[in-house]
Design a protein around this ligand. Structure first.
Ligand SMILES: Nc1ncnc2c1ncn2[C@@H]1O[C@H](COP(=O)(O)OP(=O)(O)OP(=O)(O)O)[C@@H](O)[C@H]1O
Length: 259
């Protein structure tokens, strides 16, 4: 599947927070969206699938295999989010229901979309838990979110996102809340799953060091505009825009302080 974005503009209260953005995510592509805090990364990601805040005005074009998503009714967008396009977010705890076992939450999509029985959904949830390397999957699916570590919860978030076999994964800072070791493990897991399943990935982060572990190309955002676009190697080794240069310097600092 190809996601083609052009002229994407998101305004709130008359301010353009995302301004005339264009990029294409083709089959199997791994693209990063990087920029400092407030540069418009999250709003961009949310706007692609109709999840921008109610007060936001979204214009421009987001096409999924030619089908225009901007202006599509919420029902159609919701169907799409459960099937072709899936998302993982920074804070898995906020995305999880504290009162339901993680297995039930992993299997929920299947109960809705494939009308599976509770028992069949549980079996698939156990398989999904195993695929994301959760320890003791048979037992862990019966636990509640607060009984898991942060890294385990993010693995649950990934299992939930991937169980519907999406073609495209949108990830918004999925490892930012994790410690450095867990972050590396979760990035490696995402990388493996994306490759094995031939998914395409749009990965949002403020951290170029993280991005270099998972994508091949990136769009650098500043004040809602794309200021530099290209292969990650080129951005890392010969950044031309001052914002990109700042991100490279920051990534060097974190790499040094982590080692
Ligand atoms: N609902 C809203 N109402 C008003 N302004 C908003 C709203 N949501 C986001 N913004 C503003 O839009 C700009 C872009 O926000 P966005 O969350 O996309 O940034 P970001 O690059 O993802 O930053 P971060 O890394 O901090 O999440 C920011 O200036 C933010 O304050």
């Amino acid at each position: 599947m190809t996601l083609s974005v052009s002229g994407l503009t998101v305004s709130i209260g008359g301010t353009r927070l995302v301004d005339d953005l264009a990029f294409t995510l083709g089959d199997g592509d791994r693209l990063g969206l990087i920029g400092e805090s407030g540069s418009g990364k999250s709003l961009t990601l949310l706007s692609l699938v109709g999840l921008a805040p109610d007060e936001a005005e979204v214009t421009g074009s987001v096409r999924l295999d030619g089908r225009e998503l901007v202006g599509l009714p919420e029902r159609a967008l919701a169907r799409l989010r459960g099937s072709d396009v899936a998302m993982v977010f920074q804070d898995p705890l906020a995305a999880l229901n504290p009162l339901r076992t993680v297995g039930r939450q992993i299997g929920e999509t299947l109960r809705i979309h494939e009308r599976l029985s509770a028992a069949a959904a549980r079996t698939r949830a156990v398989e999904a838990a195993r695929e994301v390397n959760l320890p003791d999957p048979e037992t862990i699916v019966d636990l509640y979110p607060h009984q898991l570590s942060g890294g385990q919860r993010q693995r649950v978030g990934i299992a939930m996102a991937l169980i519907g076999r999406p073609a495209i994964l949108l990830a918004d800072e999925p490892t930012t809340a994790l410690d450095v070791t867990t972050q590396a493990e979760v990035l490696a897991l995402l990388h493996r799953l994306v490759e094995e399943r031939g998914m395409s990935l749009l990965f949002v982060t403020h951290d170029l060091a993280v991005l270099s572990q998972i994508v091949t190309d990136a769009v650098v955002l500043a004040n809602g505009r794309a200021v530099e676009t290209g292969a990650l190697d080129t951005l890392l080794h010969s950044p031309t825009h001052p914002v990109t240069q700042g991100l490279v310097a920051a990534a060097r600092d974190t790499t040094w302080s982590a080692s």
